[in-house]
Ligand binder design. Structure first.
Ligand code: ADP
Length: 504
């Protein structure tokens, strides 16, 4: 029996749905025990709050079982919330947007279905973690590297659907998706792209469709449950060079951005660099947080044949080294030696070796329970805009007496300004202050027409509200799609501020 009910549902309906889930999946794959459900709480919400609790969790292992779950949810009107691993702690972890939703926990759908070393792709189920993808690629021969985010425990599919980032040349994960299988809100199965034809062997190598490309409809959305995803992986380079630069002050920051953009657009730097202050992942040293350290640190990497890496490093070294106050450095290794040679988080993460170093780091401010809330608006990659946005965000933290701890995720044309605040979620007052400060930041950034690229369950409506063009046309179109695909409003209601008709 469920102890938490979703708004608008009777205890009888939820109980019947839970019985039906148990019939379809086996009772051992349906969790209703309140203590066991604590695992799916938002780990960084105020600890005593029950605002984001789930009523149950179900653990399907096949696409057919996901279909069964969706059909049962439709029958009883039960809202579902899908997780791959649910490790996205700063965005709410496994917790649902709507209290009392049933968690569709896909951690047991954890097979790497295919690795193709010649065509450099893998096909994964939604519970496959970065650790698992890495291991599967190594087991297949080690000729391909995954692009991974900072922590290896999350799912490939969850991160990718959320526009998560990694740090190799394949680091914009959403753009390296090729062919998905999706259970639609009515329980039908869709295969996107060339998967539309039974047996088509171009499904995971040709990204487009005959007709509209549907893949993106399932990213940061609530239009279906992804049960398989093709992901492109990079061929192991002959040489990998982990490079970096340090400097102090905003003048050099502006010049570094301008120089780096040129190097990225020209194809000299092909990966997704990070620069930041206050938090350092470290090349040799353990990662550290030091709000008083005004040093800026940049990391980027080069890949390819020896002659190419040498030439690219010479160009990058000269260009960045010419900026007053900038120190540059580089550690080269053979691609085949990366497990032996890559030191520390910065070097490992740029060559696809997953680990958990940053998790330990993020527990240092307040111990085991330490929470952090990331704020991550997007802007153009120009020196002027980067410095202005940095100053603005820093002022917003200053208002609360909090330090600016930032890591800027760079692409050739854009930058995601990720900054974070640490807090103790056992401290109600402080926790509320942090979440309220986030509201304030969203509104302040909206004044300069910027929004976060992704947000946590607490702020999804607020961020959606900022997309105001033509009377919120994006929301209105999303709602039309939602109502057409999911008339009973059962898949992740409220995600990204997209509400089904029955909950608007
Ligand atoms: P991670 O595995 O990186 O911790 P999550 O499992 O928390 O990521 O997934 C992040 C978000 O992506 C979830 O909150 C959910 O909205 C969405 N999501 C995850 N997996 C799926 C899926 N298989 N189908 C549809 N949406 C998903």
């Amino acid at each position: 029996m469920a102890t938490v009910l979703p708004a608008g549902l009777s205890e009888e309906a939820v109980t019947k749905a839970i019985d039906a889930f148990a019939d379809a999946l086996g009772a051992e794959n349906v969790i209703t025990d309140a203590q066991a459900l604590r695992e799916f709480r938002d780990p960084y919400a105020y600890k005593a709050s029950d605002e984001w609790d789930a009523s149950a969790a179900v653990m399907p292992t096949t696409t057919e079982q996901v279909q069964a779950v969706v059909r049962i949810a439709n029958e009883y009107g039960v809202p579902l919330w899908t997780i791959g691993q649910g490790r996205n702690n700063t965005y709410g972890g496994a917790a649902p947007r709507v209290r009392g939703s049933v968690i569709v926990n896909l951690r047991n759908m954890n097979r790497v279905l295919e690795v193709n070393e010649d065509l450099c792709y893998a096909v994964v189920e939604p519970g496959v973690r970065w650790f698992d993808l890495h291991d599967a690629l190594e087991a297949a021969g080690g000729r391909c590297w995954p692009s991974i985010p900072d922590l290896g425990w999350g799912s490939v599919v969850g991160n990718t659907l959320e526009y998560g980032r990694g740090y190799t040349p394949y680091g914009d994960h959403a753009t390296n998706v090729c062919g998905m299988e999706v259970v639609l809100p009515d329980g039908e199965v869709l295969r996107t792209g060339m998967g539309g034809q039974t047996g088509n062997t171009a499904w995971h190598v040709y990204q487009h469709s005959y007709g509209p490309s549907l893949d993106r409809l399932f990213m940061q959305s609530n239009f279906g449950i992804v049960t398989q995803m093709g992901v492109w992986v990079m061929p192991r380079p002959e040489v990998y060079a982990a490079c970096g630069a340090t400097w102090q002050g905003e003048e050099a920051l502006e010049a570094v951005v301008e120089t780096l953009r040129g190097l990225m657009l020209e194809g000299i730097v092909r990966n997704y660099p990070v620069m930041g202050r206050g938090i350092a992942a470290g090349m040799d040293a353990k990662p550290f947080i030091d709000p008083t350290d005004e040093t800026w640190r940049l990391r980027f990497a080069l890949y390819g044949r020896q002659a190419i890496v040498d030439a690219h490093w010479a160009i990058a070294e000269e260009a960045l080294g010419a900026i007053p106050g900038v120190e540059v450095f580089c550690h080269q290794m053979q691609g085949t030696d990366r497990h032996k040679e890559a030191r520390g988080h910065d070097e490992q993460v740029q060559c696809g070796i997953p680990e958990m170093d940053l998790m330990d780091l993020f527990k240092t401010p307040f111990g085991e329970d330490t929470g952090h809330l990331d704020f991550s608006p997007v802007g153009p990659l120009t020196g002027k805009d980067v410095v202005e946005t940095y100053r603005l965000v820093r002022r917003l933290y200053d208002r609360h007496g909090w330090p600016y701890l930032g890591g800027l995720l760079l692409s050739p044309r854009s930058v995601i300004h990720v900054t974070t605040t640490f807090f103790d979620p056992n401290d109600e007052e402080r926790t509320r202050e942090v979440y309220a400060a986030y509201d304030e930041m969203v509104l302040e950034l909206a004044k300069v027409a910027k929004v976060p690229y992704r947000t946590n369950i607490h702020h999804m409506d607020l961020v959606a509200d900022q997309l105001d063009f033509n009377d919120h046309i994006q929301r209105r179109v999303n709602e039309r799609l939602k109502d057409a695909l999911d008339p009973n409003g059962i898949i992740q209601p409220g995600k990204q501020g997209i509400w089904p008709a029955n909950r608007r």
